[in-house]
Design a protein around this ligand. Sequence first.
Ligand SMILES: NC(=O)C1=CN([C@@H]2O[C@H](COP(=O)(O)OP(=O)(O)OC[C@H]3O[C@@H](n4cnc5c(N)ncnc54)[C@H](O)[C@@H]3O)[C@@H](O)[C@H]2O)[C@H](O)CC1
Ligand SMILES: [K+]
Length: 480
Amino acid sequence: MLTADRMAAVDANAAALGVPRKQLMESSGNAVARVVRQYVDPGDRVILVCGRGNNGGDAFVAARFLSDYDVQVALLGHPDRIGTDIARENWAALQAAEIPTTTITDSTAIGDLDLSGVDCIVDAMLGTGVTGALREPAATAARGITAADTPVVAVDVPSGVDADTGRAAGNAVAADHVVTFHDTKPGLDALDAEVTVADIGIPAAAERFVGPGDLLGRDRVAESHKGDNGELLVIGGGPYTGAPALAGQAVLRAGADLVNVACPESVAPQVQGYSENLIVHPLAGEEVTPSVVDDLLARAAGVDAVVCGPGLGDSESTRSAVAAFLDAYDGRVVVDADALSVVPDVDTDATLVCTPHQGELVGMGGPSADDREQLADQVSDFAAELGHTVLVKGTHDIISDGETTRINRTGNPGMTVGGTGDVLAGVVGALLATEAPRAAASVGAYVTGHAGDLAADAVGDSLVATDLLDRLPEALTTDE
Ligand SMILES: NC(=O)C1=CN([C@@H]2O[C@H](COP(=O)(O)OP(=O)(O)OC[C@H]3O[C@@H](n4cnc5c(N)ncnc54)[C@H](O)[C@@H]3O)[C@@H](O)[C@H]2O)[C@H](O)CC1
Ligand SMILES: [K+]
């Protein structure tokens, strides 16, 4: 079951894997023609009523697969205003092949659309691109198609229906049969229509591997205010100073608005010294101890997400403090580094994203396996048991919440240098402020690895963690 947004992500991931949308459209059109043939005999009349988007494009392709029939392609709108290159190319192919087409360019001419004597109507006016109620001429055409006493095959979703909800903002086509692509859509269940799910050749990898499609639809709101894109608290430092500073800077580079770094007063000036962009809160003492937990809880109460772990060290007192914090906190937390080992023993209401490398995973009582797919299955079971999202860092990162498991393939051997894990924790934290845990972990791993790949292109083996910070803005943008 895929929502329209997830479908768009999978589609873009397929394109990145070398299966471009035009190829998918070819398979979609073929699949539509296959269903149409169930309703007609050779020589019968088929009319395909098409919109100017890719839904119409699917039907332009279908028309080429229906050469045994008396086919008519009706375009609602002017051919010059076909919205996408791939639909326009398929429209041009119809002209070159002399397949009969008509265009309906204003709302009065829609009355000329003669549906009498037609044996099958293909509804390809609108698919997942619909916004709001059907406008003219589609609204009138939808009434005509529904009123005709003829089998109606809808492409992807009946025009006017929202594929996510099954509802229509205005009128919509009542279809007898819906041919949808790759996977079913939530809104199709509620319809009184037969549904065919057509395999259009999207590789399973487009869903399994995190890709550029996963970055879609997460643009910052144009008129956002300070805080809308997240305020974070990083809890770290003590034996180390660089780790919390890297995590804090990564939070900002990944798009959050504000970052507070709570660290022992002994290292606070040093942490602040790395960057004027960080708001540093000194905690009493030389390491994080149970006596500062109330202070941490008070600071964490006002933020959108917490990153806990970078540079904390693993003293008994620090581990008790982390356990007490997680015990009492109910927000969203990325748990990294030395903080990870306490997770299996705490009973927390917080929503955790744990970011262990394979050694830390074992330290948490988790699995180990050399085979990626075997490890992925085991990580899924481990995450389900833990009740939290787990991101296992490695050559290929494994992300699972126990329900869905994703693999990230960005990144390179140069990233085994110190500090890249702190950057990852900060990036995931920033995303966790505004996104669901699995999405934050998946996109965080992808973006951090991508930043590492961009850095490796520039500096090769000399890569250091701060190189990643500089490349995060580019790694977060998508060409889509
Ligand atoms: N992987 C896939 O899922 C594939 C899907 N394909 C097909 O592509 C459509 C979605 O195409 P898209 O171009 O994004 O949108 P539409 O064709 O549905 O509509 C865009 C078109 O409609 C106009 N419009 C929007 N709202 C309204 C309205 N209320 N009234 C009138 N007109 C409206 C808008 O202005 C645009 O011109 C998907 O459903 C599949 O059929 C491809 O085959 C590739 C693989
Ligand atoms: K449709």
